[in-house]
Design a protein around this ligand. Structure first.
Ligand code: FMN
Length: 140
């Protein structure tokens, strides 16, 4: 699981995303799919940059918060700015800071391709996974 984040002015943006994937090594490109109905993407698109946070296995509650509609998803969430300014969420295993490279229409989703600008591993650990409708983790 990942949370894709961004920042426009004082406003913090983020949504839970499980469609994140690597695309190309040279140049370094990644992608995720976002619903056409997303209310976050139209705000994030003009920013032109976003950060993909790879969640750790103990961050299920964070994933749920960023998939929920309603109050501020960042309430009580620790973060620091990536080089782009987008939030790096506290406790995430790794982050990938990107510039929007392309956007492709794909049914009821859009495929957003990002060019990797910077990335780093923050913690050792195992990732949070979403499989067959439920959260889980890799066996040790
Ligand atoms: C496990 C899980 C995975 C998700 N993956 C995606 C995804 O890949 N793309 C997407 O657009 N929404 C995905 N969502 C849904 C969004 O996180 C959710 O609809 C969110 O409320 C979107 O908010 P928005 O309207 O602010 O964009 C996922 C939700 C869950 C629970």
């Amino acid at each position: 699981m990942t949370v894709v984040t961004g920042r426009t002015g004082d406003q913090l943006l983020g949504l839970a995303v499980n469609s994140f994937t690597s695309v190309s090594l040279r140049p370094a490109l990644v992608a995720f799919c976002v619903a056409r109905m997303s209310s976050t993407w139209p705000q994030l698109r003009p920013v032109g940059t976003f950060c993909v946070n790879i969640l750790a296995e103990d961050q299920e509650a964070l994933s749920r918060a960023f998939a929920a509609h309603g109050p501020d998803r960042f309430s009580g969430v620790g973060w620091r700015p990536a080089p782009s300014g987008a939030p790096i969420l506290a406790g995430a295993l790794a982050w990938v800071d990107c510039a929007v490279e392309a956007e492709h229409e794909a049914g009821d989703h859009l495929i957003v391709v990002g060019r990797v600008r910077e990335l780093d591993l923050d913690h050792e650990g195992r990732p949070l996974v979403f499989y067959r409708g439920g959260y889980g983790r890799f066996e040790p």
